[in-house]
Structure formats: C-alpha cells, structure tokens
Write a protein that binds this ligand. Structure first.
Ligand SMILES: [Zn+2]
Length: 398
C-alpha cells in the first residue's frame, strides 16, 4: 500500500530541541543516530539508505589517487611568500574554483577555498562529491538515490529548498498542495547556520525552532484536511545535532611547540577531525605523541572504522584519522579560522547533544532511527519496498 509522504528535513536539529517545538513534540519522536562526519557525509546516507562504507562520501576534500587533482595547476606555484600566505591562498583558490572548476562539478559543497594547507600539497587533493544529490548517478550505477528511484517509477514529487542561492531558507520554501504530488520534500538548512552563529538553544535559536515547528504544523494540518489522520505519512528529521563550543585548539601551534613542522606532510584539518598522511613509521609515532597531548582527540582504530560504518580507505581518511570530543574544535582548518562559530557538529554519534531528531505522525517501531532508515521508511511509505534489498536502512514507521 502506498501513501503520500510529506518529508521535512531541517539541518542540525538536536533531539532535545523538541522541548521548544510543541507541535512536533505532540507527534511520535525518537533520537536519530548520526554518522561521524559533516552534512556532506550524512546526506548521501539519508538519500540512498546506505552508510559511508558503501557510498564513500567522506569529506569535501580527499587525497587524490590520480596523478593530477583539480587544484594541481595552483599547486605548481612556488611555495614562497606571497603564495605561502593563507589569505592569498584562499583568494587564489576561490577565484580559480569560480573560474575553472565550477563547470566540472555542481555538487552541494562545490569547490571550496583552501587556506592553511600549503600549495605544494594541492596537487594531491581531489574533491569527493561531483554531482548534486538529485542528479542521475549521484553515487554510481548501483547505489540509487530516492530522487532517481522516484523518477524511474514515474512518481510525481516536489522538492524545495535544496538548491542555491536560497539553499534551505525557510521563508523561500515553495509550498505546494500535496494532492498534486505523492512525495513532497522541504529542505530547511537555516537551522544549521543559526545554530553555528548563536548556538541552538540561544534566544535566536529557540525563536527559529518555534518558527520551524509552526511551519511543520501548518503543512501537517493542510494534509490532514486533504487525507485525514491516517491518509498520509509525515516525517520530520535532521541529520545530526549541534554542540556549543567550549574549547579550541590550534594544531599548528601545538605541533610547533613540539618542534614538528605540521606542513612537512599532507594533512587535512577540519573543525572536528584531522587526517594525516604519514610517510614513515617514525613520522607516525611523532604525530601520535603530539596528538596524545590533546585529551579530547581520539584516533579511530581499524575496528572503530567498522563500528562507525566508515570505509577503511586511506585516500578518504588518511593514515591517521582523529576526531574531537563534543564541544571541542580545531581553529586553523583547511578552509577557515573558526573564530566566529559558536556551535559545531561533526562529532562521534554518541557525543552528548549530537543526536539528530526523527518525528512522525505514524508509529515509530524503534527506540532510535538511523540516517539510512530515513530513506528506507520514506520509500516504504511510498510503496516501493523492493528497494530495501541490500541497503543498510530499515522501515521504521507503520
Ligand atoms: Zn547537517
């Protein structure tokens, strides 16, 4: 049996934010287990029903296995002043990406600016995501997104908020009547940016949560009038939570204090993770020794890669891959300085406050829902259970 489905995604909404959302709180809800990574890693899982060990989207940048990456040309610049200045690098990579790389890929993340990684390493970089979420063959021939499946099945669907320039702004969402569409997908990204800027439970954050809650209530009531209580399925979810920042580390300074030149090897530092591509065992030991001084940093072991459903692929995660405890960040990252951000995500799924949310008007048959489950539940409601074969997610609503 198939039913119309109303899907509302809101980026980064914490499970405990339900207390500020009276309507959503009156429906059924459970926490959503996130994946260690950022939105770029989470989204493919909620659109395909498989974990990163299958879809292999790990981060904006990865180590290239090709001879030349998209930034190779800039990597040919001599590594001397002014080219070694992070700000000059940022401008150079930004202009270069805008002029030459934009046509190559139209992924959600695009080609970002590169700041703190010296240009001599840029020829080793590749990007991880080339297509937009709803493009054909977003992942590959075998792993299909909900968008591809519904197009193949000739299902009428409406998506709003997913695209630039208004990406996820709640006031720009194009609201339509569900009677013309079997699947409606409203993508709200604003919750994430407001949380970064003010923290989620600040006055600004709470005000937004209430606005979001009213949006959901309105859409729910419109469908209630059309179909009655049991005639449609509503799913409101997020991809991860948000944790206020309490501690900041500058890895460049820490390594300098330990007389180790961080930029002697290819590395990718982001807000909550760092990847090192060490060349020798000695180098590896030296790095572990320095990282051991940061009590909030944890090395992901081979066993943990499996538990976290991450691919054990050195091009994606380096030889050494560390993540930080909730509320801790690195400041000087590959693409920024992290000075203005007040709240962060991209932590271990078990970090307090990092849980996402899963809300439905249907019964939820599980104490916790995963990102692949979102795909599985949606596709099941729409009547396409045959696509559950071989995926990681399960239908959680009835
Ligand atoms: Zn997100």
């Amino acid at each position: 049996m198939s039913k119309p489905v109303l899907s509302i995604f809101s980026d980064g909404v914490r499970y405990d934010s339900l207390q500020y959302m009276p309507f959503s709180n009156s429906l059924n809800s459970v926490p959503l287990e996130t994946i260690l990574g950022y939105s770029i890693t989470c989204h493919p899982s909620m659109y395909t029903g498989v974990y990163p060990d299958k879809h292999k989207i790990a981060f904006h940048w990865i180590k290239s296995n090709k001879k030349h990456g998209p930034y190779s040309l800039l990597g040919a610049f001599p590594n001397i002043f002014p080219f070694s200045s992070p700000n000059i690098q940022a401008i150079a990579s930004h202009i270069y990406a805008k002029l030459f790389l934009k046509r190559k890929a139209r992924s959600f993340m695009g080609y970002g600016k590169i700041l703190n990684l010296p240009m001599k390493f840029w020829n080793q970089i590749d990007i991880n995501e080339f297509k937009y979420w709803d493009d054909n063959n977003y992942i590959n021939e075998n792993i299909k997104t909900i968008f591809e499946i519904l197009r193949k099945e000739k299902i009428k669907y409406h998506v709003s908020g997913l695209y630039k320039p208004n990406l996820g702004k709640i006031d720009t969402i194009k609201i339509v009547d569900q009677k013309n569409f079997e699947w409606i997908y409203y993508f709200i990204g604003e919750s994430d940016s407001i949380s970064h800027k003010f923290t989620q439970h600040s006055d600004e954050g709470k005000e937004f949560l209430l606005k979001l809650d009213k949006f959901i209530e309105k859409r729910y009531n419109e469908n209630l009038m059309l179909y009655g209580k049991d005639g449609f399925d509503l799913v409101f979810w997020s991809d991860h939570g948000h944790i206020p920042i309490q501690k900041r580390y500058n890895l460049y300074n820490i390594f300098k204090e330990n007389e180790f030149k961080l930029n002697s090897l290819f590395n990718i530092i982001d807000s909550t993770t760092v990847r090192f591509w060490t060349k020798t065992d000695v180098q590896r030991e030296q790095i572990v020794k320095v990282m051991d001084q940061i009590p909030e940093a944890h090395l992901v072991t081979e066993e943990q890669f499996g538990q976290l459903h991450l691919p054990k692929d050195e091009n994606l995660y380096g030889i050494l891959f560390y993540y930080l405890d909730g509320g801790t960040v690195f400041t000087h990252t590959i693409h920024g300085f992290g000075k203005d951000v007040k709240s962060m995500h991209g932590y271990h799924p078990d970090a307090k406050g990092n849980e996402g949310i899963f809300v439905s008007n249907r019964k939820i048959n599980s104490k916790k829902v995963t990102l692949p489950d979102v795909f599985a539940s949606t596709i099941s409601s729409l009547g396409f259970k045959q696509y559950l074969k071989g995926i990681d997610g399960q239908n959680r609503i009835s």
